[in-house]
Design a protein around this ligand. Structure first.
Ligand code: GMT
Length: 373
């Protein structure tokens, strides 16, 4: 028997960051598969195409009452989710992050009472790693997770850490992230020309430059390579790079670092690169790393969090902080184009085997049907 299409509410952060990108890609794929998808956020998620069929967006205005010491988002979000959840008879609220999104979903379902949508909460990292140990938030996160009908994490590593941090009754489901590479609109040569690169070895790094990304270590690795004169570092930055400019000079890297703070089309930049370099001290998954693998580029990173689950043996991984080892891996790639090509192809094959939409989206659909049943 054909199963009926679902009505799914997705709550996520709208800005550049893996969780919003993943939530947007998931909603888009679900709508493609015939489900109705309602997004909730304070702004339109950056990659969301509002003209696509079955996609709806409900913008939540942040609460500004002068009674409160600061603007409030959780309550207006809960009210909007309750209104739409009831009107549209949503089956599921799929929230990305426990606080404030799963808390808002819990409040919304209390407001709706009977036939409230089921709640699926996906954890991307900080609920557990940053806020979990914080006594101001711990109990609220635990409450939101205990009142969700299912909790998922994006890696086994984050599941283990979450189960150690909170007292949960049910086992967490692990559903890894996926990525669908867009078709480049510019050639490798054209992009390299635009970037002012000829035959230099181009190393790419994509992140929001938060402290956890350890941009200090990223620059130090480049400075330590024997091939530094042949290497250029391209940083596709989802945050301001200005705080790191003094370190660029201190390490003598002026002229070696190219920063793009408005880089939306990663599908044009990644084929122009020769390798990816990631130096985060914590990463529950590493969506940027997955994007790099999909474009067949060899990756050098630290063996932390969920990264080993993403890259398997298709990348060079080193103990956290071992900058010398990272630099020599990069040197090996610069010196041996065949090794770089072979590792990049292995990376692409792994990404296409385990982390496509075709593989992952049905796991979410199955989970939604399980909680509804
Ligand atoms: O890493 C960030 O700063 C952004 C954050 C987010 O909310 O988008 O990323 C988290 O979620 C991504 C999508 O699941 C993961 O790929 C990142 O590894 C995770 N970041 C951390 O765990 C630090």
């Amino acid at each position: 028997m054909e199963s009926r299409p679902l009505k799914i509410g997705i709550t996520c952060f709208p800005l550049i960051g893996g969780s919003g990108i993943l939530a947007t890609a998931l909603g888009t794929e679900l709508a493609d598969r015939g489900h109705a998808v309602h997004f909730f956020s304070y702004a339109k998620p950056v990659r969301l195409d509002l003209s696509a069929p079955r996609i709806h967006f409900h913008q939540v205005a942040v609460g500004q009452s002068s009674l409160f010491p600061c603007p409030d988002y959780t309550l207006p979000l809960a009210v909007k989710m309750a209104e739409v959840g009831q009107q549209e008879e949503l089956d599921v609220f799929h929230v990305h992050y426990a606080v404030p999104h799963a808390t808002a979903a819990f409040l919304a379902s209390e407001m709706i009472e009977n036939s409230a949508p089921k709640i699926v909460a996906t954890l991307h990292g900080t609920d557990t790693t940053l806020l979990g140990p914080n006594p101001q938030y711990r109990a609220a996160i635990e409450h939101a997770l205990l009142h969700s009908d299912a909790v998922t994490t994006v890696s086994e590593s984050l599941r283990d850490q979450t189960e150690k941090t909170f007292k949960l009754r049910e086992r967490i489901h692990v559903i890894p992230n996926f990525f669908t590479p867009a078709t480049p609109t510019k050639s490798r040569d054209e992009m390299r020309r635009k970037l002012g690169i000829s035959d230099e070895f181009l190393v790419v790094h994509m992140s929001n430059l938060r402290p956890v990304k350890r941009i200090d270590l990223l620059l130090q690795v480049i400075a330590k390579t024997s091939n530094r004169d042949r290497i250029r570092l391209l940083i596709l930055a989802g945050g301001p790079f200005a705080p790191y400019e003094p370190l660029v000079d201190e390490l003598g890297l002026r002229g070696h670092v190219i920063v793009r703070e408005d880089a939306a089309a990663v599908e044009n930049y990644l084929p122009a690169a020769d390798a990816g370099l990631y130096t985060s001290e914590n990463e529950s998954f590493g969506l940027s790393i997955l994007e790099t693998l999909f474009f067949g580029k060899p990756v050098v990173a630290f063996r932390i969090g969920g990264i080993p689950e993403v890259v398997g043996d298709a990348a060079y991984l080193h103990e956290f902080g071992d900058i010398a080892a990272m630099a020599s891996s990069l040197d090996a790639l610069v010196d041996s184009p065949n090794v770089a090509r072979e590792l990049g192809e292995r990376a692409r094959a792994r990404a296409e085997k385990y982390f496509t939409a075709a593989k992952i989206v049905p796991c979410y659909e199955a989970l939604y049907r399980q909680v509804i049943a």
